[in-house]
Design a protein around this ligand. Structure first.
Ligand SMILES: [Zn+2]
Length: 117
């Protein structure tokens, strides 16, 4: 199950607070890169941030866990949430631009009708 709460993440308090405030102040940049060694929590922090952005009733930058958007995320059926996983090659991990174009060309159409702030 996807993590939708910042407070379920252990550690990284300073970075999480910055991300939570970006969500709370509605100042989320157009892109963010979560980088670091394996296993430090990049994915669960990114998921919590996505939930906060998509939540219909966020509280202090945290997803509410109760609205239709949060429930859709928890059920892994949110139409505006896409997980892009890099493909592993012999020497690296890559994300093909075709993968992004295919997935994200639908985002605006779905977002427009799914959430209104
Ligand atoms: Zn919510």
């Amino acid at each position: 199950m996807m993590n939708i709460f910042f407070n379920k993440v252990v550690g990284h308090e300073r970075n999480i607070e910055r991300l939570r405030l970006l969500c709370h102040d509605d100042k989320v940049p157009h892109s963010l890169l979560f980088s670091g060694i394996d296993g430090i929590g990049k994915k669960i922090v990114a998921e919590a941030m996505a939930a906060s952005i998509l939540c219909h009733n966020p509280k202090d930058g945290n997803a509410c866990g109760e609205c239709p958007s949060c429930k859709a995320l928890l059920s892994d059926i949110h139409p505006d949430f896409f997980r892009v996983v890099p493909e592993e090659t012999a020497s690296d991990f890559i994300i093909k631009i075709e993968t992004l174009l295919t997935n994200f060309s639908l985002v605006f159409v779905l977002s427009k009708n799914y959430k209104e702030r």
